[in-house]
Ligand binder design. Structure first.
Ligand code: SF4
Length: 242
């Protein structure tokens, strides 16, 4: 018997419940950026979905947990729009994050497959581990589709008592950077061997709005945002901004 999450195993129970299957013809999403350098290798588009059932304590994006809010649209139409914007921006791929991408696997697979079809790569974040996603995929074609369309997977729940300062994009040492295809295999091996610092990206809009995304430790973030108004994220040892 596997004692997942028991005191004997020392493992977290977060992200161990198979997500419910959602409709394939609608995606609830929060934000899309056509080009960023803070959410994966190189210049990438990024799509934040709305809704997460994992609920990691200390999550950097609790505003993206609720399955209300955001926009609900046909993923095929969204895919056409996002691919066109991403190609115009000259990116190498898209990053799917949130929220929990595998909670809306079928709809997101449509987006991921469209990017693959355009010759672009796909990176996906998940609070579920690759091992569980693979196990559930045996009876869940929607999960299997999104896994199959993913080149690079960041997997596992965020555990705030295990901050990771040595690798980019993720938050805690239990999380993995998994090359599911050869596209980023060398880059993943280099990061695991040499480490790489976090990246933070700041956008100042003409109307005065300031968007920040990527990761930073709390002290650096406080110093950076000192004169820029109140923070929208929750304090923690490390914070991810969207
Ligand atoms: S860290 Fe990710 S998986 Fe965990 S609650 Fe937040 S959005 Fe969900």
């Amino acid at each position: 018997m596997t004692l997942v999450g028991s005191p004997l195993s020392g493992r977290s129970l977060l992200g161990t419940v198979e997500p419910a299957q959602k409709p394939a013809n609608q995606l609830r999403w929060s934000r899309f950026l056509a080009a960023t350098t803070a959410e994966g290798p190189g210049l990438r588009a990024a799509l934040w979905v709305q809704g997460c059932s994992v609920h990691c304590p200390g999550c950097f994006n609790p505003q993206l947990w609720a399955e209300i809010g955001g926009s609900v649209e046909d993923p095929s139409a969204l895919a056409d729009r996002f691919v066109a914007e991403a190609l115009a921006a000259g990116v190498q791929g898209i990053t799917l994050l949130g929220g929990e991408p595998f909670d809306q696997a079928a709809a997101l697979a449509t987006i991921a497959e469209a990017f693959r079809g355009a010759g672009l790569s796909v990176m996906t974040f998940s609070g579920y581990t690759l091992e569980l996603l693979t196990e559930w995929s045996a009876t869940r074609p929607d999960l299997a589709r999104l896994l199959d369309a993913t080149d690079l997977l960041i997997d596992g729940p965020y555990l705030r008592d295990r901050p990771d300062a040595g690798r980019p994009w993720l938050g805690s040492t239990n999380q993995g950077i998994r090359a599911l295809t050869p596209v980023y295999a060398e880059e993943v091996a280099r990061i695991e061997r040499d480490g790489e610092p976090d990246r933070l990206e700041i956008r100042i809009h003409r109307d005065g709005r300031i968007d920040v995304n990527g990761w930073a430790d709390d002290a650096a973030l406080e110093a950076l945002l000192h004169d820029l108004g109140p923070r929208q994220d929750r304090p923690g040892t490390k914070a991810r901004l969207v």
